[in-house]
Design a protein around this ligand. Structure first.
Ligand code: GLP
Length: 245
């Protein structure tokens, strides 16, 4: 793993956006893997800036989301589809039709069938060229919570109490409003991305970051599977890196 410790969110966003720009320059029709949460927001803003000044275009790209809540009504503002349209697509020149998200509302399909169809659609598109990741305070990536298998495919999963509490800030701090289920790319799916960049900021992530980088590769810390990936950069601020030996 390539570990990069930087002083600010702005520097982290600049460095990750440099990596994404290099991928898209080499392959204008690249498939980007996009994440929700606070960690990638500055990257989406930086991509928007570079597009505005003409340094970059995502016009030929496609984007694939990591995960989605199950149990929110279609079009709910905190669904990951709406979040990505708002925070990512609207800031860039990506065609909104080129954003693909796991779809729990797929007509005529069970949730398991919809999950399998999403997994297959990523493969059919040629796979993800650059995957943006955050990490949960319990070490989850996408919504792969501790205790799953390290080679899972896109599936329906449950959310831990800790993850629901962490995410309740998007639901007016009302835990009851936070879904208990999700549809998420599996760890096996994520590991097929050609290149991965993960952002972690703040002391709340320090324990998970230590387990991801220095711990054993174990379902107890799902992000630790990234130790097996050949091209992953972990971008940390000083607080997130504070427990590293
Ligand atoms: C959610 C998402 C993850 C994200 C994590 C961390 O649970 N499903 O993809 O990485 O939160 O979010 P944040 O970046 O807001 O800390």
């Amino acid at each position: 793993m390539n570990i990069v410790v930087l002083d600010s969110e702005t520097e982290i966003a600049t460095r990750m956006t440099d990596e994404i720009q290099a991928v898209v320059t080499r392959k204008p029709e690249a498939n980007l893997g996009v994440a929700t949460g606070s960690s990638p927001l500055a990257v989406y803003r930086e991509l928007g800036k570079r597009i505005q000044v003409g340094d970059l275009t995502l016009a030929k790209c496609q984007a694939f989301a990591l995960d989605e809540y199950v149990g929110l009504p279609l079009g709910h503002p905190e669904s990951y589809r709406q979040t990505l349209l708002r925070e990512f697509v609207s800031r860039t020149d990506l065609n909104p039709d080129s954003l693909f998200t796991p779809n729990p509302h797929l007509e005529g399909k069970t949730l398991d069938e919809a999950a399998a169809a999403y997994d297959a659609s990523i493969k059919a598109a040629g796979g993800v060229d650059y995957q943006i990741l955050g990490i949960g305070s319990d070490g989850h990536i996408a919504f792969n919570e501790p205790g799953g298998t390290l080679d899972s495919r896109t599936h329906i999963g449950g959310l831990t109490e800790q993850t629901r509490r962490d995410n309740s800030r998007f639901f007016e701090n009302n835990l009851d409003e936070v879904p208990t289920q999700c549809m998420t790319q599996g760890l096996g799916t994520i590991m097929e991305a050609a290149q991965i960049g993960l952002i972690a900021m703040g002391s709340g992530k320090a324990q998970a970051v230590k387990a991801m980088i220095e711990g054993p590769i174990s379902p107890d810390c799902p992000a630790s599977v990234l130790q097996n990936h050949p091209q992953v950069t972990v971008f940390l601020d000083r607080d997130a890196a504070s427990l590293l030996g």
